[in-house]
Design a protein around this ligand. Sequence first.
Ligand SMILES: Nc1ncnc2c1ncn2[C@@H]1O[C@H](COP(=O)(O)OP(=O)(O)O)[C@@H](O)[C@H]1O
Ligand SMILES: [Mg+2]
Length: 275
Amino acid sequence: MNESRFRPFLRVVGLSHSYGAGAGEVHAVKDATFSMFPGDFVALVGPSGSGKTTLLAMLGALLKPTAGRIFLNGEDIGLLPGRKLAAYRRETIGFVFQANNLVPYLTARENLQMMGMRRGAVTKEARLRADRLLEELGVAHRASALATELSGGERQRVAIARALMNEPQLVLVDEPTASLDSERGRQVVEALNAEVKARRVLGLMVTHDRAMASTADRILEMRDGVVSDQTLASVLIGDEGQQAVATKVQPSMWRGGATARRRRQLRSLLPRRRR
Ligand SMILES: Nc1ncnc2c1ncn2[C@@H]1O[C@H](COP(=O)(O)OP(=O)(O)O)[C@@H](O)[C@H]1O
Ligand SMILES: [Mg+2]
């Protein structure tokens, strides 16, 4: 863990996306507003069709918002020119998708190393980093196995390790545990949460599993395209106060779920609750 490393902060304001037009228009995401803080591991829950994947796609700059803005470290992602947007996707975002898309004819290690290729060659840094990540996610012993030879849980871990290869600031995960029984699924998610904490980056994970969601620091709920932020800071002081709180709250306060101690620490920083 590098303490001096820059700590990312995400702010999403009035973000919307509609598919199609006219009578067939679908308002998939409506006016989403929330923030994420360094080391934050957030679960995004909601029924099928509520807009979760659409929201993730916008945060990952795979889909252009119809309205609203995304600020990462104060930079408006929507204003980035195409070339910089590609770099944002490649260097700032780590994706783990439902069908975790490992290259089947490569080994676990090679799946990671290919993320670190520069001008057709795997760098020494990439080699070292790949092995360290496989170790951290508990799959070092499977490094030489082909992706097709891995179990579901191992494949998930390798996919997460691969998403972390380029040191992303924001890790986006879409239903990582869809194919897993809950015990193994929870282990995978806890490993990811630990990585997000250790690196003080941001993790946003879509899950339909309430038990899985409860391992996150907090939960964003989506219903019919509307995100309700259950962030303690938002609940207590409203949206406009979040920025102020984020600058005062130590990242360690965001660790380990909403403990009573953390709640007290937060309250002590906040103005009296408005009624
Ligand atoms: N490419 C698309 N074209 C048109 N409608 C879409 C498209 N993708 C998703 N939708 C619609 O947008 C809504 C939200 O979908 P999605 O973001 O995939 O939800 P979730 O991930 O929560 O299941 C749904 O009504 C879905 O049918
Ligand atoms: Mg989805």
